[in-house]
Design a protein around this ligand. Sequence first.
Ligand code: FES
Ligand SMILES: [Fe+2]
Length: 420
Amino acid sequence: MLTHEENTLLTQVGAGTPMGELLREYWAPVLRSEALEADGAPQRVRLLGENFIAFRASDGRVGFFDEGCPHRCTSLALARNEDNALTCIFHGWKIDVSGKVVEVPSEPPERRAEFAAKVRVRHYPVREAGGVIWAYVGRREQPPKFYNFEFNELPTSHSFPMRAVIHCNWFQGLEAVLDSAHLGILHASWLRGNTTPGASTLATANTGPVFEVEPRPYGFREGALRDLFDGTCYARIREVVMPYYSFIPSAVTRPNFMICAIPIDDEWTAQWYFHYNPAAPLSAAQRAELMEGSSGDPNNFCSDMGSIDQLWHQDRKLMREGNWTGITRCIPFEDFVVEESMGPIVDRSREYLGSSDVIIIRSRRMLLQAVREHAAGKLPFGVDRELDYSQVRALAIRYDQQLNWRQLDPLRPPSSLPTN
Ligand code: FES
Ligand SMILES: [Fe+2]
């Protein structure tokens, strides 16, 4: 349970709010690379309650500006994209991909150059990695070092990023991802129906895992430990990287993945699923499997999920026949539906938390502390020092109970005992 003041601190992300300012310190994924075509249509991006525009120039570079034209705020989504620049259709101001105004045809010819040199365009650093465009919209001259996450260093053939736009606050998105206690319950029907030799099927064998946590320089590592009552344990070990990344163990035959909740504004969230295989490219069949049951659009794979008005097409007949949730299109929809069902911004003063909510409580404490310290002038996590993210990986493993899960190295794990 939180106070109203604490809930507001965690959920408000607009410019000038304490959390909004903290989150602006970090790089954020904003678009799939494939959403931008050289000289193609610029794409609108809403992030942290502000509107931006992203476009790919003729030479492949990506520009990221405020959406409004610096002249009189016409949307640059309408602009012409050619010659490594955007040209506003209203009065023809032309802004090159580096954010410099190069033509102002609406001014008298003799003063155009001088005038253009004075106009400041709000443009932002971008990076492209792992098939995703990342932007830094913070206030510092120098953005923090870019994330060297494993998937950011791989060729794009090895990864498949997908994004879902959901109607709730980012912290609901984050908390659903952090909450491993729901795995064997909310997703029980999916896990039971999973015939692949995936370790996560063991999550239903014991629905009351013990959670242990180990601090990491970038957040924490969590072991959800399930005693299988045969001398072995099943551990799902996750890595949580502040402020919003969660590396989640997947079934043995599936690619690794990371989920993060990026605030679009106070009431909307981009939930990203980064799938990747460090060892090999993802085949077309694997990509298709990852999209199965979704809208089919990796830029918003839940666009046709429905809303509370029709209870997200929950199927009561299937529930009577044994399906737990009646939400049957794909696993992430079960998460999104419960997140959205709490309302756009859940009132955390009305909750009743139990012992399985320990990670939720811990994460809230960490973020509340971070946001307060940041508001008081302290540099946040990962900005105050360079961190190495290259070893961050989740692990699901069945192991001999004599071992300690903290000693299991996700990059070099002992071989897992048979999982089914
Ligand atoms: S509003 Fe864009 S050029 Fe005038
Ligand atoms: Fe889930």
